[in-house]
Design a protein around this ligand. Structure first.
Ligand SMILES: NC(=O)c1ccc[n+]([C@@H]2O[C@H](COP(=O)([O-])OP(=O)(O)OC[C@H]3O[C@@H](n4cnc5c(N)ncnc54)[C@H](OP(=O)(O)O)[C@@H]3O)[C@@H](O)[C@H]2O)c1
Length: 338
């Protein structure tokens, strides 16, 4: 049973994250909807897909999550369709949550290969299609999914102005973009803030840390430089950083693949040790590690399993010591810092 109707509450424990200036109802954890809607195929959504989505949404709401992350492409639109079906079943549900979706990725079709498209026509068409699938009138947040090398910032600004003035989307953010992309967009947008940048960050994807800690050291040579300044830019301009892949695909909370490297096995063991120490589930430790970073990272959790969703509930309550945080970082990177 979906919980009773009520307006999106101001989320507990939500203070201290940048997004709260724009969306005070945003929870510290975000629910990632990529796993909903059945497979990435042309089959229609089934009753079972909708029931699975309902169970996941209930678990997420129960642990205080108010922000739900979609994209036009997830399961080829079916993740959004599942939410549309839930909103039809329980109209008050939409008002209890904040909805974020993304646009800009196009899969291979008769016109061309997989590509990115941040043209005004594609952005506007994509949002309108998301709204139809979601059975709602507006998105709380629209994210531009990936940088499109053919993007013209002024054209994006024009598209955004039309979407915002028509009430179809309320706030704009980006995903997988570095500080340079954000500066160029912000300039074109005039006074309109970019409120979010969603980036891949986790204990199994550490370049965002290594690029800073290994700067001016030979270890840093292997790390891309585009991260440099991106975290600082977001912090200075109050852009909320969201971490996708935040659960590290479950590698350190029970789903370590066969043949995992020694550093991965040791990280999983350390997560277990810290979970026992803090008397929480391993998922909460994995997320707490991200949340200790001063950027105020908002993890996007991609599990659709209600048990694993509830296992994330204690993440904000786990206070890792500086030493424990560094033990996790150094163990996961598989070698000492410079
Ligand atoms: N902006 C972007 O470019 C981008 C890219 C990818 C994803 N995202 C967003 O970020 C969200 C999270 O990303 P993600 O799904 O890549 O990463 P994630 O949260 O690290 O991993 C979630 C996946 O790991 C599985 N998993 C987690 N713990 C497990 C365990 N103990 N045992 C077995 N399986 C386990 C989940 O399966 P179960 O459902 O069975 O638990 C799910 O398939 C997505 O839902 C989406 O909203 C954004």
């Amino acid at each position: 049973m979906i919980l009773p109707n009520r307006q999106v509450p101001v989320a507990p424990g939500s203070s201290g994250i940048a997004i709260n200036d724009s969306l005070p109802q945003a929870s510290r954890l975000v629910f990632g909807c990529m796993g909903l809607g059945g497979g990435w195929n042309a089959q229609e959504i089934s009753g079972q897909d909708i029931s699975r989505a309902q169970a996941a949404v209930e678990a997420a709401l129960e642990i205080g999550i108010t922000l739900f992350d979609h994209a036009d492409i997830y399961t080829l639109g079916k993740a959004e369709q599942c939410f549309g079906a839930l909103f039809r079943q329980q109209p008050g549900l939409r008002e209890r949550m904040l909805l974020q979706s993304k646009c800009g990725i196009r899969f291979a079709d008769a016109q061309g290969p997989k590509r990115y498209d941040l043209s005004a026509a594609h952005i506007i068409g994509s949002v309108e299609a998301s709204l139809r699938r979601l059975n709602t009138d507006y998105l709380d947040l629209l994210l531009l999914h990936r940088p499109d090398p053919l993007m013209q910032a002024d054209e994006v600004a024009e598209a955004w102005s039309r979407l915002k003035s028509s009430g179809k989307a309320r706030h704009l953010g980006v995903s997988n973009m570095h500080a340079g992309h954000m500066r160029s967009l912000s300039h074109a947008l005039g006074g309109e803030p970019l409120v979010v940048n969603q980036l891949e960050m986790s204990l199994r994807k550490l370049d965002w840390l290594d690029s800073g800690t290994c700067f001016n050291d030979s270890q840093g040579l292997a790390v891309g430089t585009d991260w440099a300044g991106t975290l600082d830019h977001c912090q200075q301009h109050k852009v909320q950083i969201q971490a996708w892949g935040s659960l590290a695909k479950g590698w350190f909370s029970g789903a370590l693949p066969v043949g995992a490297a020694p550093a991965e096995r040791q990280t999983a063991a350390l997560v277990q040790e810290l979970a026992d120490l803090h008397q929480v589930a391993r998922e909460s430790v994995v997320l707490a590690w991200l949340m200790k970073h001063p950027a105020g990272i908002q993890p996007v959790i991609g599990t659709s399993d209600p048990v694993r969703i509830r296992a994330c509930a204690a993440a904000a309550k786990v206070h890792l010591s500086r030493e424990a945080w560094y033990r996790l970082y150094v163990t996961a990177r598989g070698g000492d810092l410079p």
